[in-house]
Design a protein around this ligand. Structure first.
Ligand SMILES: NC(=O)c1ccc[n+]([C@@H]2O[C@H](COP(=O)([O-])OP(=O)(O)OC[C@H]3O[C@@H](n4cnc5c(N)ncnc54)[C@H](OP(=O)(O)O)[C@@H]3O)[C@@H](O)[C@H]2O)c1
Length: 212
């Protein structure tokens, strides 16, 4: 699958590295694609770098992995290009000090991204755990729960397949408005990891009662 990842930081880098290793064609969309370090890093991953519009234009699936303050301007500038594409939204609308969310309850980053990119097939995913788990899944062979939400059934299947390929157990959480619940869930993970000093080696898991 041709995957364009906007952002090559903690999340974009972790996801891109693993999808490239699994044989997907990964292009990182960067604001400075000429940066030699980024080019070397991408080459080592058997991936490529390009300007953001080019990375999006060639992709079947686009991953939004940038800080929330730049997410909507980025998506708005690409709106035409994103039409019809699966758009995986990994963002959490965090305050700068990571203590809260700048929006929620009556809307979500996922819904705002969808409004900014009419026609894009938005799936909220990869926002409820830390990037170290995107690199580490599965834990000792146990797939890690990955909740996702969206309004396009086929796009959700694509998202679930890409999560499964990385060692996650994808769980459909419902329509895109459920992002209102999933984004605070991401904040809960950050709060435990950072404020409560649990570190990053833990994950929220759905554990099913064994059948009798
Ligand atoms: N970190 C986590 O564990 C985690 C987990 C779940 C969800 N998330 C969410 O995922 C998103 C990305 O987080 P992250 O930790 O990966 O962030 P990060 O490490 O800071 O990386 C952000 C990426 O976005 C790029 N970027 C920044 N400003 C940009 C702009 N104006 N235009 C285009 N690209 C820009 C950066 O490029 P440059 O290198 O050029 O600055 C960098 O590649 C956030 O919304 C976060 O809330 C994070």
């Amino acid at each position: 699958m041709r995957i364009g990842i906007i952002g090559m930081g903690n999340v974009g880098g972790a996801l891109g590295r693993r999808w490239a290793a699994a044989g997907h064609q990964v292009v990182f969309g960067l604001r400075n694609p000429g940066d030699a370090n980024s080019q070397d890093e991408a080459k080592a991953l058997k991936a490529a770098v390009a300007a953001i519009p080019q990375a999006v234009a060639g992709a079947e699936v686009v991953v939004l992995a940038v800080p929330w303050p730049v997410a909507l301007p980025t998506v708005t500038s690409l709106a035409g290009e994103l039409k019809g594409k699966v758009l995986l939204d990994c963002t959490n609308p965090l305050t700068a000090d990571l203590s809260g969310l700048v929006l929620g309850t009556t809307t979500s980053a996922g819904e705002e991204v969808a409004k900014a990119a009419p026609g894009a097939r938005v799936v909220k995913i990869f926002n409820t755990t830390g990037s170290p788990n995107m690199a580490a899944a599965p834990y000792d062979g146990t797939p890690l729960t990955m909740l996702y939400a969206g309004d396009d059934a086929a796009a959700k299947q694509t998202a679930a397949g890409l999560a499964r390929a990385l060692g996650f157990d994808p769980v459909d959480a419902g329509p895109l408005l459920v992002a209102r619940v999933l984004e605070p869930f991401g904040l809960a993970w950050i709060t435990l990891a950072v404020r409560q000093k649990l570190g990053t080696d833990f994950h929220f898991q759905i554990v099913r009662k064994p059948a009798k």
